[in-house]
Design a protein around this ligand. Structure first.
Ligand SMILES: *[C@@H]1O[C@H](CO)[C@@H](O)[C@H](O)[C@H]1NC(C)=O
Ligand SMILES: *[C@@H]1O[C@H](CO)[C@@H](O)[C@H](O)[C@H]1NC(C)=O
Ligand SMILES: *[C@@H]1O[C@H](CO)[C@@H](O)[C@H](O)[C@H]1NC(C)=O
Length: 303
């Protein structure tokens, strides 16, 4: 009889042989860089407005009274909001009956304020807090500055999402945000399903910086979480912190190119010049004004 260890070894070898077999042609074809259709781009627009509304004060989003940004999603039903816009980024949670999903949005920050987080002392990678992220593989590390920001609102978000689940009877949650807000929302996307079973998680983020290491990116790719991170033209924020520092994006990049097309870039950190890594090889080839958008006509960064 084979010892468990030998069985395990054989299993590993078999798995790696299986993995080495190239995917069928049909699958490879789908792996090319393709433009989103006009209807796919249009379907993302409500989330762009939800990300933009993340910049609005907590009292305004709770009343869903923030002018055109709120009116773009007129049926939204707020559940909770918080933050003060300075020491804690604003956030809100509610339900969209048209999209039939709970929405969680976090405020971002402007390029001048996020740059220190991405280039200076705060670049340390750390293991996510074991209480917030129980049972994660010990190889996973995330940006300590982003982890601290996410920890400030984590239990409030969890409470509000739980209330929304009871009230509206759905387990679909969509997390969104721009810039720092996207980074917090991505951490939420990993955090919430560790506490709420059978949650159906979608992440749609804008101008997302890199949040964690290779194990983090691989973990997200392996989860049943739909990840879409949209970046605009020559915005350099999504290229930071650099891969040479050990940071990696999960799959799911959508790059808005100068022509206005939205290109789906397969894999993690696709190096093609049609995707952000190839388009913005250094911060000096980037353009700070692209960070706030427009993302399909929606500007981020103010309310
Ligand atoms: C939110 O509070 C600010 C001042 O704290 C006030 O000016 C604003 O009108 C309030 N907005 C709403 C929608 O209540
Ligand atoms: C980048 O996209 C190309 C398709 O043009 C694909 O062949 C390649 O595998 C992708 N790179 C990564 C790292 O996934
Ligand atoms: C940066 O982007 C803005 C807006 O897209 C544009 O007006 C400006 O010319 C760009 N700057 C450079 C140096 O390309």
């Amino acid at each position: 009889m084979l010892s468990p260890f030998r069985l395990y070894t054989i299993l590993l070898i078999t798995l790696s042989v299986v993995r080495a077999v190239p995917p069928p042609a049909e699958f490879r074809r789908r792996q090319s860089i393709t433009a989103l259709s006009p209807s796919q781009v249009a379907a993302l627009k409500p989330y762009s407005y939800y990300a933009s509304a993340g910049y609005c004060a907590a009292n305004a989003t709770l009343a869903w009274d923030c002018g055109a940004i709120c009116q773009a999603n007129p049926s939204f039903q707020p559940v909770a909001s918080g933050g003060d816009g300075s020491s804690v980024q604003f956030w809100f949670v509610g339900f969209d009956p048209t999209l039939n999903t709970i929405i969680v949005s976090h405020q971002g920050t402007n390029p001048q304020d996020i740059l220190p987080l991405l280039t200076d002392g705060d670049l340390t990678l750390e293991k996510p807090d074991a209480t917030l992220f129980p049972g994660l593989d010990s190889s996973i590390e995330v940006h300590s500055g982003f982890a601290q920001e996410q920890a400030k609102t984590a239990t409030s978000i969890l409470g509000a999402v739980s209330s929304a689940i009871s009230k509206y009877g759905t387990k679909s949650v969509t997390l969104t945000g721009h810039s720092l807000g996207a980074a917090i929302a991505l951490l939420d996307a990993a955090y919430l399903p560790l506490h709420i079973p059978e949650l159906v998680v979608t992440f749609i983020g804008y101008g997302l910086p890199r949040v964690g290491d290779q194990s983090w990116a691989n973990y997200l790719d392996a989860q049943p979480i739909s990840v879409t991170h949209i970046n605009n033209q020559e915005d350099f924020v999504p290229t930071l912190p650099g891969m040479f520092l050990g940071y990696h994006h999960p799959s799911g990049e959508v790059h808005i190119v100068d022509s206005g097309s939205w290109l789906a870039c397969p894999g993690q950190d696709n190096a093609s010049t049609e995707c952000i890594v190839g388009d913005v090889p250094s911060i000096f080839s980037g353009n700070e004004s692209d960070h706030d958008g427009p993302y399909g006509g929606v500007e981020m960064g103010s309310c």
